[in-house]
Ligand binder design. Structure first.
Ligand SMILES: Nc1nc2c(ncn2[C@@H]2O[C@H](COP(=O)(O)OP(=O)(O)OP(=O)(O)O)[C@@H](O)[C@H]2O)c(=O)[nH]1
Ligand SMILES: [Mg+2]
Length: 419
């Protein structure tokens, strides 16, 4: 277990505790300096730094964790002054990411984010080195510092290329799933909200659940159990507030898989306060809304076994503000209301358009029929002089069916929303 101390300028320690806990760090002591903004060049003011130095002599640690985000200059000054590794909030997040990255895509995404995080720091070292303050990054001389920066840039290019080919593959897979008539449900929400627990409940499978942030980094897709319809459900990386754009961008392709879902379950930890829930929901909607309609989103209040009063309040505020499809309160632990959530998912995909089609006999008609069997709910096929088909389908499939029928010189006799 790594022994650390935490320093910071804000009293709210909840998040940094969670991050350190997830990494299994032992916090030996804390130093707080209340101020509005970090000190420009060394994060803490001079007096606090002096006392921190003394404290570190009396109680040495392996690392100093900063409860906030550091500028490269602050990072450089703090680390050189204290002579011990310093890590800020983003550094911790990246450390957790790298522990939890198990497949090739996640590993590359984490490496990309880590390199982008380190680049400004390396530049600061180069800058200092030019000013004659430091003999090159990590004491390796001028050549070493510059070649390290070059190495990062060329490595980033190679990572980008490999990620692109992985992304092409997964985009193709998700296109094929849609074309085969699968309905896609994406589970998203803040880290530790209980997304993987819900996934396990809905699919009766065993995705990793842990009481720590970012246990899940990659997307897992499984079939929804207990339904005849082909519904696939995906669990993925959680959201976190105030991540820099490059970090979000690094995991973009993982999130894209969620954006392409037909229905989004936005999971919220209902044991949190009203304010925190509202803040997280609004931030999540901001991430989701450019890519999906509000009408595709269901807000799922999880962990109601711990209380539901705050969730009720959030629900009232949400219904006034946003046009989301629905809300539901569940407990992935006790299983409460999971059946109702299943029903909600199934009814979302109910085939509501009734059609009656007449087509001439031909090989292309047979091709269309086999596609219809895969993608719609076929009631009856009658073969006589012509082929008569009655079916139910989703609204999004009607145009495609009409066009194909027309190209085969057939007719659509009835086209009604089903009751
Ligand atoms: N009390 C209670 N705890 C729950 C419930 N659902 C999940 N948890 C707990 O919440 C913690 C996080 O659960 P996960 O399912 O790993 O959450 P996640 O959203 O997948 O988290 P990340 O993958 O780390 O982003 C675990 O300790 C779960 O046991 C619930 O309904 N009630
Ligand atoms: Mg998870």
């Amino acid at each position: 277990m790594k022994r650390i101390c935490v320093i910071g300028i804000k009293e709210d320690m909840q998040e940094v505790y969670e991050l350190c806990e997830s990494l299994g760090y032992e916090i030996l002591f804390m130093v707080l300096q209340k101020r509005d903004k970090p000190q420009k060049s060394s994060y803490l003011g001079k007096g606090k730094l002096d006392s921190l130095e003394l404290a570190l002599k009396a109680c040495p640690v392996e690392m100093v964790v900063i409860n906030g985000d550091m500028e490269p200059l602050q990072h450089y000054n703090l680390e050189t002054r204290l002579g011990v590794r310093c890590m800020d909030r983003l550094g911790l997040v990246l450390e957790i990411f790298s522990l939890n990255a198990h497949d090739r895509q996640a590993k590359l995404q984490v490496e990309k984010a880590t390199l982008l995080y380190n680049l400004p720091l390396i530049k600061e070292w180069v800058h200092r080195e030019k000013a004659g303050e430091h003999p090159g990054f990590m004491g390796g001389g001028e050549y070493s510092t510059r070649s390290y920066e070059n190495f990062i840039r060329s490595r980033l290019m190679r990572i980008e290329q490999e990620l692109e080919s992985i992304e092409d593959d997964s985009a193709r897979r998700s296109r094929v799933r849609k074309e085969r008539g699968f309905h896609l449900v994406g589970i998203c929400g803040y880290t530790n909200a209980g997304k993987s627990s819900l996934m396990n409940r809905l699919t009766k499978e065993d995705v990793l659940i842990e009481n720590r942030v970012f246990s899940t980094l990659s997307t897992t897709t499984r079939r929804l159990s207990g339904t005849k319809k082909d519904v696939l459900i995906s669990d993925t990386i959680g959201f976190m507030s105030d991540l820099p754009p490059y970090m979000v961008e690094s995991f973009r392709s993982t999130l894209d898989q969620i954006f392409s879902a037909d229905l989004i379950l936005l999971v919220v930890d209902a044991s949190e306060t009203f304010e925190l829930m509202m803040e997280k929901i609004l931030a999540s909607l901001q991430i989701l809304r450019p890519h999906v309609y509000a009408s595709q989103i269901v807000v799922v209040f999880n962990k109601i076994d711990r209380g539901r009063a705050a969730a009720e309040e959030v629900k009232i505020n949400l219904s006034a503000l946003h046009d989301i499809h629905d809300t539901i309160e569940i407990s992935a632990h006790s299983g409460e209301n999971i059946d109702a959530l299943m029903e909600l998912i199934i009814s979302f995909f109910r085939y509501e358009i009734a059609m009656h089609i007449r087509l001439p006999q031909s090989p292309n008609t047979e091709k269309l029929i086999s596609w219809l069997y895969e993608s719609t709910d076929i009631g009856k096929v009658e073969r006589g002089e012509s082929v008569d088909i009655s079916l139910f389908c989703r609204p999004q499939d009607t145009e495609r069916i009409r066009d194909t029928v027309k190209s085969l010189s057939g007719t659509v006799l009835i086209h009604l929303p089903s009751a």
